[in-house]
Design a binder for this molecule. Structure first.
Ligand code: SPV
Ligand code: MN
Length: 603
């Protein structure tokens, strides 16, 4: 009842915090917070309005309680996750569905059972701690694309991340009052060890309740598992997108500068650690990870639900990624996770282009060269999935439209993976459905360190979104195809592959070649270049690439390299079609059109 809600809230909230919450005239919100207070039993509640003082409070507390360690450079801090909690935890993550319903490829759990387990894990978990409540908007405020969200957490680190990565929206909640519909996230890091790392990793659980549009996350700190608005929200927004006929995707959004000052916007989906962020940095940046795509008058428009980057830091160095490197070096608000703190109080990560220090502190405690884990494997200075969190505003290549409520018009959509031996470096599909079926829905990639498990195995990863799917894959594909039918100016769909290798295992391309592919795609969107029609789509002509290599990289491009890279590997492609066919034929909801398009390709 309203009285109980009031009593519960008043028992844990100062007058000021209570006033802040009541400023939002939304009984559902009050009930949600009261329920969380009742269950988690925090000492107190902090309502984060997003004011400069509140943002500062979160930053300060993260350091005071030891969740973050300040570095020498002003604004820089480091957070350490547990050695067993450094990537997305697939095994501990499930979509809750009523009556034990199941979905292909998705870890599901009976809703009642899952909620029961979760409530018992959360019971009293915030004793002695402050419960933090944050209000955010996924997407530009006031945009028709945008979705509101509330995050509850007992981690200053998590809320600090969210304050950098998302638009705070307390004011929007106040404005909308009762009308505010919002996603709900509740997180607790659980008990901590001396290094302030989640201790009960065996009880790590991430449950996504589609019915209640609520995500529960407990006994974990790794950003992908704990930052509600990132990949946890993605599960909920995919569901909404499905119901409302738009696309919620694991994609960057960039503006590519073409000839004569022309800017063409692209979105791109890549499994993590397959070139997504580095491709995003080649353009004018709008987003590096997530995109909402909608049909606006027959065109696709996209907005970024985020305003920051939670990026992989390994291998970022001044030569390959000068823009990111600069952002990570200058005094600025940056949260590093799972890197090494040197003895001088500076940050070090693998592949930054500096000699490896002798010692320092990393996620395993005191680190020195040659330290091994319990299996005898050497512990690197930084974890391969070590990350940085930084505002988009820190980037020199930020596109002025990054916060435009109307989004940008999408000219092309790129799908890429880590594929050693099958797909050419760049290919354009014949049309929307051909691209959706043979490129996007057929995406395969080698597993990387962003996911717990053995790297290197080839994984099926449609739209680079499989880890985040919350709906039946067949229905997801159907929605994609339908979305295309409603477009009068559909974006072109491209496939890229930066990881082709020869028989000796050497890469067939160098890192900067992707600049050329990007320019080729930009020209193709405007129908300025011809192409070779092959059974898998349009591929570049040698002479066009030769000219672009000159123009973009000031380099020769040899015919023999082209021939190797752009050979249509028919046997490998046919094998791939067989694999993909088998997967989808086991999903009853796969649309018939899917098999027709794939069959045409095979023939
Ligand atoms: C990614 O790996 O794709 C990320 C980080 O963006 S995570 O949140 O772990 O998914
Ligand atoms: Mn991602």
């Amino acid at each position: 009842t309203t009285d109980e809600v009031e009593r519960l809230l008043r028992s844990k909230m100062s007058d000021e915090m209570y006033r802040r919450l009541m400023n939002i005239n939304n009984p559902e919100l009050h009930k949600f917070i009261a329920w969380a207070v009742d269950l988690c039993k925090p000492n107190s509640v902090f309502i984060n309005t997003g004011s400069p003082e509140d943002l500062d409070y979160i930053r300060r507390r993260a350091i005071e309680v030891g969740e973050e360690i300040p570095l020498k450079t002003p604004g820089h801090t480091v957070h350490f996750d547990s050695p067993y909690d450094q990537a997305r935890a697939r095994e501990d993550t499930a979509i809750l569905l009523p009556n034990g319903q199941r979905l292909p490829f998705i870890r599901t759990k009976d809703r009642d059972e899952g909620l029961k387990e979760m409530y018992s894990l959360l019971d009293g978990i915030m004793k002695g701690r402050e419960m933090l409540v944050g209000f955010y908007s996924l997407g530009p405020k006031g945009s028709p694309f945008s979705i509101l969200a509330v995050q509850i957490t007992d981690s200053y680190y998590v809320m600090h991340n969210e304050n950098i990565l998302y638009r705070t929206a307390y004011d929007e909640f106040v404005r909308q009052g009762e009308r505010a519909r919002f996603l709900k996230f509740i997180h607790s890091q659980g008990e901590l060890n001396e290094m302030k790392q989640s201790k009960n990793i065996k009880q790590r659980r991430i449950y996504i309740d589609l019915l209640g549009e609520t995500v529960y996350s407990v006994n974990t700190q790794y950003g992908g598992n704990s930052i509600g608005l990132k990949k946890l929200a993605l599960r909920l927004t995919i569901k909404r997108a499905m119901e409302e006929g738009w696309l919620s995707e694991h994609m960057f959004i960039i503006g590519v500068e073409g000839p004569n000052g022309r800017v063409t916007y692209f979105t791109g989906a890549f499994p993590s650690y397959s070139g997504k962020t580095s491709t995003a940095m080649l353009g004018r940046l709008i987003g590096d990870d997530l995109a909402f795509l909608g049909n606006v008058n027959g065109e696709v428009r996209a907005v970024n639900p985020e305003i920051g980057v939670f990026g992989i830091i390994e291998g970022i160095n001044p030569i390959d990624d000068p823009l990111i490197y600069e952002v990570l070096m200058k005094p600025n608000e940056v949260i590093f996770s799972n890197v090494l703190i040197t003895e001088d109080g500076e940050v070090y990560w693998n592949g930054m282009g500096k000699p490896e220090p002798e010692r320092g502190i990393n996620y395993t405690g005191k680190w020195w060269r040659g330290k091994t884990d319990e299996k005898g494997n050497p512990i690197p200075p930084s974890h391969p999935n070590a990350r940085f969190t930084v505002s988009l505003k820190a980037f020199k290549n930020l596109d002025p439209a990054y916060d435009d409520p109307n989004g940008v018009v999408v000219g092309g959509i790129i799908f890429g993976g880590r594929d050693p031996d099958t797909l050419v470096p760049v290919v354009e599909s014949f049309n929307w459905e051909h691209g959706v079926v043979t490129i996007a829905a057929s995406l395969e990639s080698e597993r990387t360190a962003a996911v717990i498990g053995k790297p290197g195995e080839r994984e099926f990863n449609p739209m680079a979104n499989l880890d985040f799917l919350s709906v039946d894959l067949g229905i997801y594909i159907t929605n994609y195809l339908k979305f295309g039918e409603g477009l009068t100016k559909p974006p072109k769909i491209f496939g890229v592959n930066y990881f082709l290798r020869d028989e000796q295992g050497s890469f067939l391309n160098s890192k900067e070649d992707k600049r050329v592919w990007l320019q080729w795609m930009e020209r193709r969107v405007h129908n300025e270049l011809g192409a070779i029609t092959t059974p898998i789509g349009y591929i570049p002509r040698y002479e066009d690439l030769k000219a672009l290599f000159r123009e973009v990289l000031n380099r020769e491009y040899r015919l023999e390299d082209y021939t190797k890279q752009f050979a249509i590997r028919a046997t490998k492609l046919l094998e791939k079609i067989d694999r993909i066919w088998k997967i989808y034929s086991e999903i009853p909801t796969t649309p018939r059109r899917f098999f027709e398009v794939l069959e045409e390709q095979r023939r």
